[in-house]
Design a protein around this ligand. Sequence first.
Ligand code: AMP
Ligand code: MG
Length: 351
Amino acid sequence: MKKDMKKIYRKLILCLSMLLYITTGCNKTKEKIVQQEEYMLGTFIQAKVYDSNKTKAKKSLEKAFKRVEEIEERFSVNIPTSEISQINKNAGIAPTKVDEEVIYLLRKSTYYSKLSQGAFDPTIGNLVQLWGIGTDHAQIPDDESLQKALSIVNFNDLIINEEKSVVSLAKKGQRLDLGAIAKGYAADEMKKNLIEEGVRTAFLNLGGNVLTIGSKPDGSSWKVGIQNPFTTRGNYIGILEVRDQAIVSSGNYERYFEEEGKRYHHILDPRTGYPSNNGIISTTIITNQSIDADALSTAVYVMGLEKGLALINSLADTEAVFITNEKKVYITSGLEEKFHLTNGEFTCEKR
Ligand code: AMP
Ligand code: MG
């Protein structure tokens, strides 16, 4: 990534951390804050550990970030040697031997594809490439290319053989993209590593995928801002109070380009091949594991308000915030006490 881009991202992250997270400014307990920030998985990852032992905290963070490096090497479609790239190269040709964590993530992906009736689909890779959203060659694809890419999006063609630890894609040219779930998995792995090192209080933010360990050092809940999708990063419409949970958002403001006044964003509808366009412009999931929150936030974004709400309400320990293009906010019942609307331009309804 270019240096000036990095600088811009650094500034953005700084604003983000100042506005998005209203953490305790003054910490009366003996815990010290140790912070590390790295550009990985195509985003800035910021981790804060609160611990009385600074050396231990630093070491634990190093270990957690090392783990993310491993995950990136294994799952990135931008690394030709990654296991996912190998599966893509072998599509329609041969099965690929993979590590058990690849099986785990692909199993989860298939689970959410089925649960969302294909709204979440990890075989969306060709469409993602074609649109190039978030890259310097983002464009509206011509219809022929779009139909061709769309014709081979099908999560049922992802075949997982757990016993033999092999994975295959049924058709030539099919391509996996785990952009909608891998960051969530990486967050869970960071948390696991930190806990193994004895960390009891931490706040992780993987480019908007937030995962918390415990509560704030003073015992109160973490307060996480929900991004206002109509403005630039750092403006929020409300605050969520959480403890020891994951909060993951998907939004049309994250990666997009505009042409003739129309916004083309990065969450694609596998039925049309176009950016999802159903009135929903932001979804946030609150649950225990970040991998689930990540997959679900993308899934319900594409499913839309009614189907998405019905899915979330059918799941245990899972809550959601939906925002529509008419500035309406819908929250599930478990958030009644935990979500506070702070922006008067929006209205909020419990569903
Ligand atoms: P997220 O920000 O977690 O909602 O994930 C969006 C990213 O996942 C995109 O940048 C694509 O790489 C990929 N993606 C886009 N649409 C879908 C979809 N319908 N199902 C699965 N992955 C998708
Ligand atoms: Mg996601």
